[in-house]
Design a binder for this molecule. Structure first.
Ligand SMILES: [Zn+2]
Length: 320
């Protein structure tokens, strides 16, 4: 019997509960990146041409170049090594690092802008400051329309005045218009009045958990129409969220996933942006200024341009 030869070998993939996971080392080898050892806080750093990714054991949160991103599955800690679910690699890491794999690459010309809520549906409110989410979203969206039209995009609004519009109707407009991109704008509210910051949502991929859920359920097994755009949702979501956090300078609450009704049946990439909290007094005071509203509209317009540049780069790569 040999003693002292029990060094654990890191395997490149493992299967847990029918789900395949790849080791971070296998991922680092694919991207020719440097990998650190597991730290005391359960973190592993990957550094490469893409920048820096920080994975945390037993967490769905990934930091990508300092930005918070929530994956669909928890990062597994197995025998001292971290493993990422294959779905997260296919649905998030590969789209961002190797977008050309997901050709044909979409374009962006016609954009549907959606001012959240409207009519009797006020959305979030700050009664003390007299703020209604439905008015703020419409203000910003109207201004964003002008900015995007000046840049040559075709813009369609789901609503251009204060009226009620169902969530399905909004998605139907996107489908009927054969739009290239859908941006739905909202403002947040929470019972915890300290909550502040920006979060951006994309549709949850099939067989993955939404960020707000703590475990898998039956609804996670369904493939939705919008899931055909999973890679481009991830790309659009990442670049928009990065732009918003940079420009608004609020708390980065992360790029998250949810199966919101407005995102489910889209036939183009779509995002739902929760720009800031109306329930936080300080943040609501900022949001109510025209300066903030213009900054937000400019940030979203820049987001469109950054996303379009990314698509063009990828189209060129595919053509070579
Ligand atoms: Zn809302």
């Amino acid at each position: 019997m040999l003693i002292g030869c029990s060094a654990i070998q890191e395997v490149s993939s493992i299967r847990v509960d029918g789900r395949e996971y790849l080791s971070l080392r296998a991922i680092s080898e694919r991207y020719g990146s440097e990998i650190s050892n597991l730290s005391n806080e359960g973190k592993v750093f990957l550094k490469g041409s893409f920048g820096e990714m920080i994975f945390t054991a037993e967490s769905r949160e990934l930091q990508l170049n300092g930005l918070r991103v929530f994956m669909g599955d928890v990062v597994l800690l197995n025998e001292g090594f971290l493993y990422i679910s294959k779905l997260d690699i296919q649905k998030f890491i590969q789209p961002l690092l190797e977008p050309a794999l997901f050709a044909p690459v979409p374009g962006v010309n016609k954009i549907v802008l959606d001012a959240g809520h409207g009519g009797y549906d006020m959305g979030a409110q700050n009664k003390e400051l007299g703020l209604n989410e439905k008015d703020l979203t419409l203000e910003v969206i109207r201004y964003l329309k002008l900015l995007l039209e000046k840049k040559g995009y075709t813009v369609v609004l789901t609503r251009s005045e204060d009226r009620y519009l169902g969530l399905d109707e909004r998605a139907e407009i996107v489908r009927n218009e054969k739009a290239d991109l859908f941006l739905s704008l909202h403002f947040n509210a929470a019972t915890n009045q300290k909550a502040t910051g920006t979060e951006t949502y994309i549709l949850t991929p099939q067989l993955q958990q939404s960020t707000g859920d703590s475990e898998m359920s039956e609804k996670d097994t369904v493939e939705l129409v919008g899931n055909q755009l999973d890679p481009w949702n991830a790309i659009a979501g990442f670049y928009f969220h990065r732009q918003l956090v940079y420009d608004l300078k609020g708390t980065d609450r992360g790029l998250k996933r949810a199966r919101f009704v407005v995102l489910r049946n889209l036939n183009c990439p779509g995002l739902l942006i929760e720009a800031a909290f109306l329930s936080n007094r300080e943040e609501a005071n900022r949001v109510k200024t025209v300066a903030f509203q213009k900054r937000l509209a400019h940030s979203m317009a820049t987001g469109v341009e950054v996303y379009q540049r990314m698509l063009k780069r990828t189209q060129n790569e595919v053509a070579q």
